[in-house]
Each structure stands twice: as structure tokens, then as C-alpha cells.
Design a protein around this ligand. Sequence first.
Ligand code: ZN
Length: 418
Amino acid sequence: MTHTSADDWTAATVVPGPGGGTLARFGPVVLLVGSDDPEVVRPYLEHAEMVAANGGQGRQLIRGFALMLSTTVEESPGFAAFAPHTTGLAVFVDGDVTVSVDDQEISGAASLAWVERLIPWPVGSVTATLPSASAPAGASSYRLDGGVVPAGSLLVPSGGSTPSASGPAEVVRPATQVRPPVPEPVAEAAPEPATPEPATPEPVAAAAPVAGRPLPPTPADEHVSFQSVLISEVDEDVDDFEPLPIVEDAAQVQEHQHQEQVRGVYCKNQHFNDPRVLFCGICGINMVQQTPVLVNGPRPPLGVIVLDDGSVFQLDTPYLLGRDPSGDERIGSGEFRPLPIIDQSNQVSRVHARLELRGWDVVLVDNNSTNGTYVHLPKTPDWVRMPPGTEQVLVQGTRVRIGHRTLAFNTHAGNVAG
Ligand SMILES: [Zn+2]
């Protein structure tokens, strides 16, 4: 017996093993964190819960954790997380945690960054183990159906949801179902230069494609080979994470209507910058020794908003954020672009908040939303609810929570003085 689908996975038995970490299970999402400090564990639990609230999509799990690790200052305590994807089990491992899926071992310790894998269905037994712990030997009388408990390891036995004295009986290798050999991981087959397909008109949300990055064609699911592959190899645009899309040249965005003029300075390489920055946001050259000459110029994009599902919105225009902002007259007039926040929690107002561009600043304004807009500034411990109707200037790495969704602000113009 093996787990052959997202539904199987959601119904699987999760057996906790002893140890000094934290194990959580929220529906299809399973998380093991190498700490028992509630403050340290909390952001990981929050993301896992949010993914579960949105239906438990492996892709969202991977992207959200990748985003979290690339924008957080604190060192990760090490963790492993699992959620189903349509074609397999998405696994995310960071730090000194060892995951094994059937015979494959995945350790975060061997990687400088995190490790992500998509293990194609069917998936047999799964374990995750903190360095000081050992995995449960087999299905025992303990099982976690939901919630958060202290643990040092976990076991998801192969064999569905009936705990059985596990043993060699379970070894029915799925490999014997002869599959047509598919030698190459999907990615190889994908990008042929001739195929930048006429981008299928997406819901307005995706109306901000990143300049200069044609999306490779979507690979078909059935191409997944039997070995595990990086989820980024089957997901068409997951690599938007790293490096973050950089607009290399202000000329690339010239076509966007009336570009607003701002006062700024040019670096030696003629990149237009915020006069407050110490280094050019485009080429990184030191601007301190240079005598600053303030001139008018077209404002380049002020960064990007990355949504927890991986979608990227370029800040070359102001946005209205909310459940259904597109009906707003400010969208119709072209003053704002819509950034829909799709969330099943019912906590998102129709127009919940807006992002304005003022000079070189990106300003988040709460639209007197019913359930509030939350902001987490880097190097601060907590999420803070914005008083209704107030505004907040976003700095690099600021995270914003609306309903159960999280957005992060990334700007290329780092190192703002003061
Ligand atoms: Zn420059």
C-alpha cells in the first residue's frame, strides 16, 4: 500500500517520535521544526496553517517557505515540511533535518540553502528526523490527526490509515508497475526558444509579467519521471524566487503609460536611483564618493510584491489590494492596477488596502478594512495591525498579511541611508 494521491496523503497516519522539536499537522500539511521555543516555531506554524487554509497546495508551501527564508534575518532552527501537489508529494527541508521517502534520503545539512523536492506519487513511507532523534520504528499506538505536539521525528508509514504491525509485508514495490521509461526530468524538454506562446490571457492578477522573462511553456504532468525532481523543474515559474526579478533598465518599462517623474541621482553607469541610497540599486556601484546631482527623471519600478503563491507584481504602478478590487473606479480610470487577494477565509474586504508610489517610497494604506491589514517589519518580533485607514512605508523585506495571505516587499535599492 502506498500513498497515490493528495487524498491518500491527507488521510495518512502520522506517528510522532520523541525529541526536542515541534511537530504540527494541519490537514494535508505536516511540519517538523527543530525547536520547542514557541516564538521560534510560530512563523513556521503560521505558514503551514495558512497553506492548509488555502487547501494545502505543495507549490504554495514550497514558495512560501522559500520566500520566508530569503527574507528573514533570524537563522532557521531547521525544519521539514510536506504538502501534496497534484503530481506528487512536495517536500521542503532546511538545515539539519533528515527526510527519507522510501529509499531516498534528503538532508538539508548537505545544502547551503534549502532543499525542495517533488516526489511523484505513489509515495510509500516517509520519515523526518531531527539530529538528536530517531524515527519511530513503525506504526505505534501514537498518531497525530491534527494540531501541534512536541516531537523529534515523524513517520508516515506506507499502508494507508490503518496502523498495522509494520513489517516486510508492506514491500510491494510500485516500480514493478512498468512505466514507460521517461529518461529526462521535465525541465530539459521544456524551453525551446520558438515557443514563447502568446501568453494566455490570465486573470488580471498576473498582468504584471516581469520584464524580459518570457515564461517557458507549461510542462505536462505526465512527463514526471519516476525519480524525484526539483519542484522548480515541473513548475513553470518557481525560479522567480531567486534571484528576484530585476529590471535591468528603466527603458524596459518605458511603455507603461505616463511615467512619473521624480528627483533622483544617476550612478556612473547611468542608472537612475533614489538619492538616499548608498549603492546603485541596479549595478550595485558605490554612490557615496560620487557628488550627487539631483535631477528629474523617470521613476523606475520601486521593487516587487511577491505573493505567497509565488506571483510577482512589479511596483511600477500603484495597486488596489482586495477580494475584488477590479470593480473600483480607480481601476477603470487606470490610476491603479488590481492585485486580487484570493482567500477562502472571508476576511478580505473588496478593496482592502492600496499600495501607492510616492517619490521613491512604496506606501501601504489600509482602506478601513473590516479585518485589518497586518505588517511585519524586518528585525521586529511581531505582526502589527495597522490602525484602520493609516499608512506604512514599506522597507526591504516587509511582510504584509491580509486575511490568510502573505505578501512580501522586495526592493533592489537596498541600503537606504538613514
Ligand atoms: Zn548603476
